[in-house]
Design a protein around this ligand. Sequence first.
Ligand SMILES: NC(=O)c1ccc[n+]([C@@H]2O[C@H](COP(=O)([O-])OP(=O)(O)OC[C@H]3O[C@@H](n4cnc5c(N)ncnc54)[C@H](O)[C@@H]3O)[C@@H](O)[C@H]2O)c1
Length: 258
Amino acid sequence: MRVDLTGQVVFLTGAAGGIGSATARRLAACGARVVAADINLAGADQVAVGLPDAMSVALDVRSSEQARRAVDAVLERYGRIDVLINNAGVNTFKDRVDIDAFPEAEWDRVVGIDLDGLFVVSRAVVPAMVARGSGRVVNIASVVGVTAMRLQSAFVAAKAGVIHLTRSMALELGPKGILVNALAPGSVLTEGTKALFYGDDGTFRAQMAGFMEHVPLGRPGHVEEIAEAILFLCAPQNSYMSGHLMMVDGGWTAGFML
Ligand SMILES: NC(=O)c1ccc[n+]([C@@H]2O[C@H](COP(=O)([O-])OP(=O)(O)OC[C@H]3O[C@@H](n4cnc5c(N)ncnc54)[C@H](O)[C@@H]3O)[C@@H](O)[C@H]2O)c1
């Protein structure tokens, strides 16, 4: 798809990560000026330095004070924000335990970043869009927000919250010219998930191979495939879709592969 985002300013959280950095590159290639926001400033710097007219900001999405400062810095430099991509997120990799033993601190960490953080950043960024009467918000959810998985209750609950919050935002912001959508990635290869998927010999772990049999396309997604879908949701070509949940999951949630 050929998309022209020339001059548009994109505020992207979690920009240092796998999906974030791929999205930054894809949108910048379409002319966007990318604000790479991440708690990992060195990583955000690395992403921004390779892109034309981009900037990086240190941002812990849980902090409304940091979010406000970041927005101020962006408006001072560019004078506008056209697109917000709420992509920062964490999951429970080590503490996969039953609900009755799920550590409270891990619950707070995951929900605090994945759901509360999305609210905090949206609240800080959206007024700049309302002021201009236009904008796009893309909230990165997960397939597990639709079809739950075991042993990661905080992530499942947070991502379900993201999906419904997206609908609520779409209702409120549509009349103000802002389109709000969510995107649910399936299993996507990033540095983090690679450590889970692969054994030392580079092949799928046995458990993962079994899991992939439930995905019609039979493989994990690539970050570029997620970035492409995010691009569509930001693009001027998407002018009438709001409050939608786009599944980019290789068919995972279409049904059972029996
Ligand atoms: N990779 C997958 O399989 C997958 C599947 C479903 C959903 N997702 C979602 O996609 C999004 C991106 O995930 P990814 O796979 O690229 O992960 P990633 O770990 O590669 O990137 C996540 C980024 O978020 C940043 N981050 C973490 N806590 C933060 C905070 N408090 N404030 C600001 N930034 C913070 C990290 O520094 C990192 O750069 C997440 O919301 C994730 O839940 C990913």
